[in-house]
Design a protein around this ligand. Structure first.
Ligand code: B12
Ligand code: SF4
Length: 580
């Protein structure tokens, strides 16, 4: 393994294939796919017990898209291939570099993919990146040439001899695809889905368990792709034009922490009359450091926030009443995805019910529950290594250490695999008490509208008007269907009834008429989806195959060579590993 930063001899002439790990994902197989670990955000770790109400949706491999957008080489991207599709690609096309992105539970697939590249493209250089890079024995466990531990755009640019400090080009891509809820596919017209926006990677807060922070330098470190509010604003304007969006999913672990950048963005949004919506990740204390006016002005309409657990010792939660904070955000129409941990050091079989009740009592719009898991590269992992409390990979394979099944270490109080049931209890209790997340977020939307429909700022009024549009029709119909669904459950059907009445009162006769008509249709879909799920149906992302401009040009030149006999002697130059 080379220690200094390598440079490929072909530079930007090298043909690059970037790939995510192969599917299908939602099944148990020998490569490490697991039925309970689908390639879905919500159904995997947030709404997993909500049945037909679970939000189903996929997300592209953004790290690979970032890299592809910023290298000058001919570059092909294969996202979510099947194993056969991956084999076909490397059998039929010559590549000089194959880059694979993965996280640790997918190690078995990376091993297989490396072996296949060696078989079909023995001259290609294999580069592995993403969170898998933090696995300590990665060099020995996969047959790769290079492991990129950290930020990949800069790494790849250096590898290809490009200017690593050149401005970062942001890919124009929607944040999700294949959205589906209550058996209805969400529309994918331009502008229906938020654009993905990636201002930075990493987080300087450096919580002990956080692998995202750890990969990009840990406490005190992070990497900005865009330093200033002006840079970010310009990227957002481009995305707005290209994707016809007004909303942005900000993939930045702690976007609001970069206060100067966020407040400059607010200034520019005001100056240019942008009523954008932002979906962000933020820690609680950072949220509280902004005034409500600033948050609303920034278009904050959805936030993913770590609640972690009652009495947890995290600095980011110090002196924060998280229940009050969640309520306050919701009262302004800001939907909250709260994230709680099961299995903190102080959790015991005796107090776990109370831990779960505390989390559930937040009544967040969505609630993620995850097992407290030491992930390689984090201080928590190091601590377990030092204490000798990790379970060996032979006993517990990395493919199962995804945070939704069992501990990969010996917990001081929770033993015998009981955490698996605790996790399910948490999801179930949240669902039983608070109902479908769909109803919760409709409630929050409504609160926001009631509070801000007459906001003195026209920009704010415009955003709320845009966001609540579906409440008048489809969402009201969904509530009608949910009320029918819950007719045997007095408490929940009453909850839906109250919500439906409020929607009708707020939006008037049209909503009153549409809700039962469309509601019958939604109810039918809901029942069908329920049957489908009972029959074991799983959901898989479609594959993507995308070439950058340079690859498309390269293909054209290639095909003209094939038709021109004078060029038939030209063989593609493929570097051998020893040349790199
Ligand atoms: C989007 C996302 C997903 C999407 C996956 C989309 C996809 N196409 O893969 C969904 C929601 C499906 C998902 C699922 C899961 N995820 Co996830 N996910 C994320 C999230 C939130 C963002 C990733 C991202 O796009 N970041 C932005 C890009 C720009 O950064 P990046 O991916 O790190 O890429 C950079 C570098 O890593 C590097 N790089 C990446 N790839 C490559 C490749 C090469 C060749 C090179 C050179 C460099 C390179 O360059 C990029 C630019 O700098 C991260 C947390 C985070 N904020 O990063 C968790 C995260 C990656 N997920 C994680 C986990 C554990 C999971 C699940 C197991 C969770 C679960 N049980 O619920 C499942 C696994 C699903 C499966 N079957 O594989 C962990 C990984 C932990 C680890 N160390 O392995 C993370 C870090 C969250 C966490 N802190 O726990 N996830
Ligand atoms: S605040 Fe969130 S993103 Fe930042 S280190 Fe802690 S857990 Fe990670």
């Amino acid at each position: 393994m080379n220690v200094t930063h390598p440079v490929h001899p072909l530079g930007t002439r090298a043909r690059v294939l970037l790939s995510s790990v192969f599917g299908p994902y939602a099944q148990d197989d020998e490569y490490g796919s697991r039925k309970i670990n689908p390639m879905e955000l919500y159904h995997n770790q947030v709404t997993r017990v909500q049945g037909a109400f679970s939000l189903r949706m996929f997300h592209r491999s953004f790290g690979l898209l970032m890299i592809q957008s910023n290298i000058d080489s001919p570059c092909t991207l294969l996202d979510f291939p099947s194993l056969d599709r991956f084999i076909a690609e490397i059998r039929e096309h010559a590549y000089d570099i194959v880059g694979i992105s993965a996280i640790i539970p997918n190690i078995g697939k990376v091993k297989e993919m490396c072996a296949l590249v060696r078989q079909y493209q023995p001259g290609a250089t294999i580069v592995i990146g993403g969170h898998i890079a933090n696995k300590e024995d990665i060099n020995e466990s996969v047959n790769a040439d290079y492991i990129c531990k950290g930020e990949g755009v800069r790494w790849f640019r250096r590898f290809l001899g490009q200017d690593e400090d050149a401005p970062v080009i942001h890919p124009a891509v929607y944040s999700g695809f294949g959205g589906r809820i209550v058996g209805i596919s969400l529309p994918e017209r331009p502008g229906d889905t938020a654009a993905m926006l990636i201002p930075s990677v990493g987080c300087p807060v450096g919580c002990n368990f956080c692998s995202t922070s750890a990969l990009f330098g840990g406490k005190g470190h992070h990497v900005n792709f865009y330093e200033t509010g002006d840079d970010l604003f310009s990227v957002m304007c481009d995305l707005e034009t290209q994707l016809k969006v007004q909303s942005f999913f900000v993939m930045d672990e702690n976007f609001l922490l970069h206060r100067k950048r966020a407040l400059r963005l607010l200034e520019l949004m005001e100056e240019h009359n942008k009523s954008w919506s932002l979906f962000v990740f933020s820690s609680a204390r950072v949220l509280l450091s902004y005034s409500v006016k600033e948050l609303i002005g920034l278009g904050l309409s959805w936030v993913w926030m770590g609640l972690e657990g009652e009495n947890s010792s995290y600095e980011k939660l110090k002196n924060v009443d998280t229940k009050k904070l969640v309520q306050s955000l919701q009262s302004h129409g800001i939907r909250v995805l709260g994230s709680s941990i099961i299995g903190l050091e102080n959790h015991t079989p005796e107090n776990i019910t109370q831990v779960i009740e505390h989390a559930v009592s937040h009544d967040a719009d969505f609630h993620q529950f995850m097992l407290y898991t030491p992930i390689p590269g984090t201080p928590l992992y190091q601590q377990h290594c030092n204490e000798g409390t990790l379970v060996s990979e032979r006993e517990f394979p990395p493919a199962d250490a995804h945070g939704q099944y069992r501990f990969n270490y010996r917990h001081p109080h929770i033993t015998g695999g009981r955490e698996e049931q605790y996790l399910l209890d948490a999801f179930q209790r949240d669902f039983d008490v608070n109902g479908p997340s769909l109803a919760r977020l409709i409630t929050t939307f409504l609160k926001g509208w009631q509070r801000h429909k007459d906001d003195p700022d026209a920009r704010v009024r415009a955003r709320f008007a845009r966001e609540v549009r579906p409440l008048r029709t489809t969402y009201a119909a969904a509530v009608w269907a949910m009320r029918k669904w819950y007719r045997g459950n007095t408490r929940m059907s009453k909850k839906m009834d109250v919500l439906l009445r409020e929607l009708s009162m707020t939006f008037g006769w049209k909503t009153r008429i549409v809700a039962p008509i469309v509601g019958r249709y939604v109810y039918g879909k809901l029942k069908k989806e329920n049957d489908l799920l009972a029959g074991g149906w799983t959901y898989e992302p479609r594959s993507f195959y995308e070439k950058n401009e340079s690859a498309r040009m390269h293909d054209e030149v290639d095909s003209s060579f094939q038709t021109d006999p004078t060029h038939s002697a030209i063989k593609p130059h493929r570097p051998r590993f020893s040349e790199v």
